[in-house]
Design a protein around this ligand. Sequence first.
Ligand code: HEM
Length: 306
Amino acid sequence: MLDGLLVPGRLALYLGLMLAFGVPLFVWRVVGGNTAPHIVHRALRVASAATAVGLLASVTVLWAMAEAMSGSSDPGAVWSVVHTLLTQTTVGITWDLRVVFLLVSLGLGLAAALKERTRAVALSSLGAVALATLAWAGHGAMSDGAAGWLHLGVDIAHLLAAGAWLGALATLTLIAKTASRHAGREAMALLSSAATGFAAMGTLIVAVLVVSGMLNYILIIGPTLSGLTGSLYGRLLLLKLGLFATMLVLAAANRFRLAPALEQALRDDDTAGAVSALKRSLYFETALVTSILGLVAWLGTLNPEG
Ligand code: HEM
């Protein structure tokens, strides 16, 4: 009986695929390969572990969906629905594509001969395609014709921006933990430059999330605010927007207070307080993104008009 695992499975799917894409993206675009090889190596190992979680969650969610559709937990009946889904529906075909990309990504994650930078580029590219396939597994695939393609494009942009944000937070947390454990100047300098580098990337991420999120809403509910109050779907979406607003406050604090404070602390050679403050803020922001993803995992299974 896996149908009760549909929402937790979807959450694991979001977390796994977003980290599999976002962590190597941050390593590639912000951290760079030569600065701190041991941190880059650990970050890419996290990305590979996330890829494995994404694979497992893909199988669990597919089975849970088939079980809910067949209305039975008899393995033969569920398998027949899985077979039909995988061979005759867009959800199934994009699932096949996702699994192939995740398997290739797992293989490349283990390929010792590859340079770390090449591996980061390859893992984030494969992760981007795997994450994008989720657009076909929810309300992103509910529209037809030209609106259907627009909806899928908007949903893919939304997924990639959310993944880039989560991946950046996870990598920054990893660097901050290493920096506070070893308290070396090199790790502190890397943390400071990565936190400042994230500030620029963060502005683009927030802009894409807001525009694509609003279009997503209009394409699902329509150009009306009443959809936010009249249903469980709307109330959960409203809660999500409240969490997002809190994240924006934290992101602004990181950018305008904590990152400059760390730069100053590096100059003064007294970084302990600044690193702890940044770490606390990163933990809180990561908990907020995870809660948002939990809500979205639930939203995707609800009727927006119900
Ligand atoms: C102004 C801000 C935002 C708005 C208006 C917005 C709106 C929406 C809407 C309407 C959906 C469709 C839900 C469904 O029925 O499946 C959605 C999906 C989603 N949102 Fe947001 N969102 C915003 C910010 C965020 C943030 C900050 C994150 C995470 C960091 C996020 C992550 C997601 C994810 C992962 C999905 C599911 C996409 C899919 O599975 O295809 N959103 N959003």
